[in-house]
Design a protein around this ligand. Structure first.
Ligand code: F6R
Length: 609
């Protein structure tokens, strides 16, 4: 989704802004722009397409300071140079970059048109620059504060004022904004990745706060104009973590990072108590005894995080013996949801900024519910606003298609289910078994990754199929949904995930020789049932690719292609079965020459509804 960076200091802002934009590329965008103050005038350059197009359109040796820059993911108005940001007020005094959506922009636009302000773009953002200009009488603070009190919607904003070349202003409501404090320079960004090359000292702007920066100092105020004290945090992030290194794509790098990410998610053992066969999790903000009063669990998330939430609910029901269901946050939010006082909610989000999940979390909290976060990004809004939670520690995930966050989210749910389950019905010996199985997972993932060439060949064989069916049952049903999502996201091949049990109730009409069916078949409760479902496909001449953890004769007969993953307990099997599916999607997209890390139309962090 859109990305923001602003710079104020003594250096030329241009290379800092361009490099910052490149570090925001992963979020997904369709145009980019940069605005500078040069010789007391605003100088704005904008270009549809990639940052490289913007870069090549910039005049040689362009320099200026301060400056703001933006990657736009279109919401209001088509993808073109004019609609890209910055948007400048028609009197040329105010430039703004904006993440989010202004709901009342039509009403404001009418009023501003009457006042004589002109509009060139179709964006809601141009309303903001004109509104601030209309409220401006020489005092930027007064103008911004008055304007944001008139805005309805979500925004992360950074402003330049032509009359004030020593000032950068930021404001936030719903879209993240971070200040980076450097040595006689300041940066403002929507994402820490954009500024980490320059400073690791940061602080967060909260909703309804405005920040005023010059190169040496900052002042944050709230809507009542009271100054808000800020504590500077040290960001713990190495540049190598947000660079591709020797991998051709971030997605492949992140798939290969999963053995380490899973280990980090169980704290390198630090979150495990092997002697007691249980787990310990700091940060939950719940006394252990309180778990006895919890009688139901609801896990929420979107996309891949929702599929992890489904697996989490399955684990919690099975191991912790608690009624647990998963819900799509976007749907829960607009239902008249019942929040029982004995319920516990989990909001699952890699970025911790997904608006649907954040809004659902706030809705639950407003109704008196308790929500724990399962997040990757420390300092993210969900992590900060939840009532406690667990970080998955997967490390930065740059590729738009989520991979390592998924396996880490499942690992954390396993720890939670083990911890609560051990308080209830899981005996110590079984708890120890789960821990042993979990310790063995990273090596088993390695063993699958070592065979990535087999998956590459499989992807090559099936790459011309236009439709795919992904099927599984039980705890692997969400993995089938995830496998289909990965494939459609990055290769644009139509793929759907189904419960293999539900398939014959309608979707079986889709079976044909041209539509391969990918099955996940693992040893356990539903193995025989899955074999039965495969028979149903074979009887209709469907082609079958199987990911299994058991070498069974009937399975071999039914499968056109079979990939065996190492065996593990059925409850842990999603940690292994998903790996070949991620690789399958990756190699298919590569074979089809798609933009793996930045698939069309998609954004890494979805901060709009
Ligand atoms: C899929 C994907 C998305 C995200 C979803 C939630 O590859 O990346 O489906 O999982 O947008 O994002 P987070 O986890 O940041 O809340």
């Amino acid at each position: 989704m859109c990305g923001i960076i602003g710079y104020i200091g003594d250096r030329n802002a241009v290379p800092i802004l361009i490099e910052g934009l490149k570090r925001l590329e992963y979020r997904g965008y369709d145009s980019a722009g940069i605005g500078l103050i040069r010789r007391k005038r605003l100088d704005v350059h904008k270009k549809e397409g990639k940052i490289a197009s913007l870069e090549s359109a910039l005049p040689e040796k362009l320099s200026g300071k301060p400056g703001i820059a933006h990657t736009r993911w279109a919401t209001h108005g088509g993808v073109n140079d004019t609609n890209a940001h910055p948007q400048v007020s028609s009197d040329g005094k105010v430039a703004v970059v904006h993440n989010g959506i202004i709901d009342n922009y039509c009403k404001l636009k009418k009023k501003l048109l009457k006042e004589g302000f002109g509009f060139q773009s179709e964006t809601d953002t141009e309303v903001i620059s004109n509104l601030v200009a209309s409220n401006y009488n020489g005092d930027p603070e007064e103008a911004v504060q008055k304007s944001i009190s008139q805005l309805e919607g979500t925004y992360g904003l950074v402003f330049l004022f032509t009359d004030h070349p020593d000032l950068l202003v930021g404001a936030r409501n719903g879209s993240p904004l971070i200040v980076g404090v450097g040595d006689k320079e300041m940066l403002l960004a929507s994402d820490v990745n954009a500024i980490v090359a320059h400073t690791r000292q940061i602080f967060h702007i909260e909703d309804r706060e405005t920040v005023f920066l010059d190169k040496r100092s900052y002042k944050t105020i709230n809507t009542k104009n009271s100054v808000v004290a800020k504590e500077i945090e040290q960001v713990d992030l190495e540049l190598a973590e947000i660079e591709k290194g020797d991998f051709p794509h971030f997605m492949l790098k992140e798939i290969f990072e999963q053995p380490d990410a899973v280990v980090r998610s169980f704290g390198g053992g630090g979150r495990l108590l092997p002697d007691f066969g249980t787990a310990k999790l700091g940060g939950l903000n719940i006394e252990k005894q309180e778990f006895f009063d919890i009688n139901r669990i609801v896990t929420i998330g979107m996309g891949t995080a929702y599929y992890a939430a489904m697996i989490g609910a399955h684990l919690l029901e099975n191991m912790a013996r608690l009624p647990a269901t998963a819900e799509q946050a976007a749907e829960l939010r607009y239902r008249n949801v019942i929040v029982h006082k004995d319920a516990l909610f989990f909001a699952v989000s890699q970025s911790g900024e997904t608006l649907d999940t954040l809004a659902a979390m706030r809705e639950i909290q407003n109704r008196g519910g308790r929500v724990l976060g399962i997040c990757n990004a420390a300092g993210s809004t969900i992590a900060r606003e939840s009532d406690g939670g667990v970080f998955i520690h997967a490390g930065p995930e740059i590729s738009v298609a989520s991979t390592k966050a998924f396996t880490s989210q499942i690992t954390v749910f396993l720890l939670l289910a083990l911890m609560i389950g051990r308080m209830k019905n899981i005996p110590v010996s079984l708890g120890k078994n789960y821990i042993d199985e979990l310790w063995a997972i990273p090596d088993k993932i390695h063993r699958i990754l070592d065979r990535c060439e087999e998956i590459r060949q499989l992807a090559d064989k099936y790459r011309s199929s236009n439709h795919f069916l992904f099927m599984a049952r039980g705890i692997n049903y969400p993995v089938a949904l995830e496998g289909a999502l990965k494939l459609k996201e990055i290769s644009y091949i139509h793929a759907e995930g189904f419960s293999a049990g539900d398939f014959k109730h309608g979707p079986i009409a889709l079976v044909s020789e041209e539509t391969p069916a990918l099955f996940i078949a693992v040893k356990g409760e539903t193995f025989e049932k899955v074999l039965g479902n495969m028979e149903e496909i074979k009887a209709r001449k469907g082609r079958i690719i199987t990911i299994a953890n058991v070498d069974d004769e009937r399975l071999r007969e039914l499968s056109d292609d079979l990939f065996l993953v190492p065996e593990t307990d059925e409850l842990l099997s999603p940690l292994l079965t998903v790996i070949p599916l991620q690789l399958f999607a990756y190699y298919t997209a590569v074979a089809l020459k798609k933009d793996v890390d930045q698939p069309r139309n998609l954004a890494k962090t979805v901060t709009v509804e």
